[in-house]
Design a protein around this ligand. Structure first.
Ligand SMILES: Cc1cc2nc3c(=O)[nH]c(=O)nc-3n(C[C@H](O)[C@H](O)[C@H](O)COP(=O)(O)OP(=O)(O)OC[C@H]3O[C@@H](n4cnc5c(N)ncnc54)[C@H](O)[C@@H]3O)c2cc1C
Length: 367
C-alpha cells in the first residue's frame, strides 16, 4: 500500500486549499479527485468577502481570473423588490475556473494531484482510501473533502429530513438585458420552500441556481421542467429570468443537501473539510468560504500538532461555524415562507442596513 503524510479525498475548493497549505508547510500532500478536469457543479458561484480574502492568502486573485465584481444585493419576493449595498467586496466566478485555479496552485506548490480516480471506500480507522484502480492509499492523516457527496465508509451522520433540499443550476447565455439587470448585482428571488440566485460570471454568462424542497419536485411529478413552470407562475420576475434560458439547456441537480449540518465531533486522524465539516444554507453564499476556512484551519492544526490534532480541529471549527450556519438556516426558512418573506422585505425596504447586517453575520470569518 502506498502511504503519504497527508492524504486528501476530493479536489474541490476545500481539498485543493488544504493541498496548497499543506504543501507550503512541507507535508507533501496527495489529492485524489475523480474528475479528470474541473467541472461546473451546482453552486451559485458567489464569492463573498471572506472567500476573496482567503483566496488571496492562497495566492489566487479572483479579479485576475476575470471574476465580475458584485457590490449590491437585490431581493425579490412576489411583487416586492429591495436593494442594498453589500458590506464587503464580492464577485461572481464559475466553479470550473475557480477549481482549476486552486488545483493549479496546489500543484505549483508541490502537492501531488491524482485526477480521474474515484474513491470507492474510505477506511477511517486504517486512514486509507480504496480507489477505482483497485489500489489502496494510506495517510498519517486523512482530509475528507468529498463535499456534497459522501464517500462510502465515512458518510456524514446526517439525520434524515422529511423534506430535504434539492439544488438545481443552469447557465444563461449573455444578453444585453441580463447585463443591464445584473451589472454589479446578486439577485435573489424568494418563493415558497426555496429561492433562486442569479449573478454574472467571468465570461458574461449568468449562473442561475435554485434551492427548493424536494416535495416541490415530487408535486411536479419529478420533472424539473414542470417544477420550473410552477415556480414561474408564482414568481413572475423569476419567470422573466427563466425565459432567458436557451431552449434545450440542461439543468444540473444535487439532491438531499443537508443544510445546517456540522461535524461537531472528530475522529482520530480524520479532518472533515468544506461541506464535510459544515453545510451553510446556500442563500448565504458562504459555502466556498467555509471550504477555504476549514482547510486553512485544518492545515494549520496538522502542521502544528500532526494527525492527533484532528479532533481538536473538528470541534473548534464546528464552534466557529455555529452562528453563520444557524442564522443562514433561519433566514433561508423565512425566505421560503411567503407570509414571512413579504413583510420581511417590507422591513428591509425601510431599513436596508438590516440586509447588510444579515450578510455580515452569515460569514465564517477568515480567522
Ligand atoms: C444550490 C446551491 C448553491 C450554492 N451557491 C453557493 C454560492 O453561490 N457561493 C458559495 O460560497 N457556496 C455556494 N454553495 C455551497 C458550495 O457549493 C459548497 O459549500 C462548496 O462547493 C463546498 O466545497 P467542497 O470542496 O467541500 O466540496 P465540493 O465543491 O463538492 O467538492 C468535492 C470534490 O470531491 C470530489 N469527489 C466527491 N466524491 C468523490 C469520490 N468518491 N472520489 C473522488 N473524488 C470525489 C468531487 O468531484 C469534487 O471535486 C451552494 C450550494 C448549493 C447546493
Amino acid at each position: 500500500m502506498r502511504r503519504t503524510a497527508a492524504l486528501i479525498a476530493g479536489g474541490g475548493p476545500a481539498g485543493a486549499a488544504a493541498a496548497i497549505l499543506l504543501a507550503r508547510g512541507g507535508a507533501m500532500p496527495v489529492v485524489i479527485e475523480r474528475n479528470r478536469e474541473p467541472q461546473e457543479v451546482v453552486c451559485g458561484g458567489f464569492l463573498g468577502g471572506d472567500a476573496i480574502a482567503l483566496l488571496r492568502r492562497l495566492g489566487i486573485d479572483p479579479a485576475v481570473l476575470g471574476a465580475r465584481p458584485i457590490r449590491r444585493a437585490r431581493l425579490i419576493a412576489g411583487h416586492r423588490t429591495v436593494e442594498a449595498d453589500l458590506p464587503f467586496e464580492a464577485a461572481g466566478l464559475s466553479r470550473r475556473t475557480l477549481d482549476a485555479a486552486l488545483l493549479g496552485q496546489a500543484e505549483a506548490q508541490g502537492a501531488m494531484i491524482e485526477l480521474g480516480l474515484t474513491i470507492r471506500r474510505v477506511d477511517p480507522a486504517a486512514r486509507c482510501l480504496h480507489l477505482s484502480d483497485e489500489t489502496v492509499i494510506g495517510g498519517d492523516a486523512l482530509f475528507l473533502a468529498t463535499g456534497k457527496h459522501d464517500a462510502r465508509g465515512a458518510a456524514r451522520p446526517v439525520a434524515p429530513e422529511s423534506d430535504p433540499a434539492l439544488g438545481l443550476r443552469i447557465r444563461l447565455e449573455p444578453s444585453p438585458a441580463l447585463d443591464a439587470a445584473l451589472d454589479g448585482m446578486i439577485e435573489l428571488h424568494l418563493f415558497r420552500n426555496g429561492y433562486a440566485g442569479l449573478l454574472r460570471q467571468e465570461d458574461g454568462s449568468v449562473n442561475l441556481c435554485l434551492s427548493v424542497a424536494q416535495s416541490r419536485l415530487k408535486a411536479a411529478e419529478g420533472q424539473p421542467a414542470r417544477l420550473i413552470e410552477a415556480l414561474a407562475r408564482e414568481a413572475p420576475r423569476l419567470a422573466d429570468r427563466f425565459g432567458a434560458a436557451a431552449a434545450g439547456s440542461a439543468w444540473s441537480s444535487v439532491a438531499r443537501v443537508p443544510y445546517g449540518w456540522r461535524a461537531k465531533r472528530g475522529a482520530p486522524g480524520l479532518f472533515r473539510l468544506g461541506d464535510q465539516s459544515a453545510v451553510i444554507a446556500s442563500l448565504a453564499g458562504d459555502g466556498i468560504a467555509i471550504a477555504l476556512a476549514s482547510a486553512a484551519r485544518a492545515a494549520h492544526c496538522f502542521l502544528q500538532g500532526g494527525a492527533e490534532a484532528a479532533e481538536r480541529f473538528q470541534s473548534g471549527f464546528a464552534a466557529q461555524a455555529r452562528r453563520p450556519v444557524s442564522l443562514a438556516n433561519l433566514l433561508m426558512h423565512w425566505g421560503g415562507t411567503p407570509w414571512i418573506a413579504g413583510p420581511l422585505l417590507g422591513i428591509f425596504a425601510r431599513a436596508p442596513g438590516l440586509i447588510r447586517q444579515a450578510a455580515a453575520m452569515t460569514r465564517i470569518g477568515v480567522g
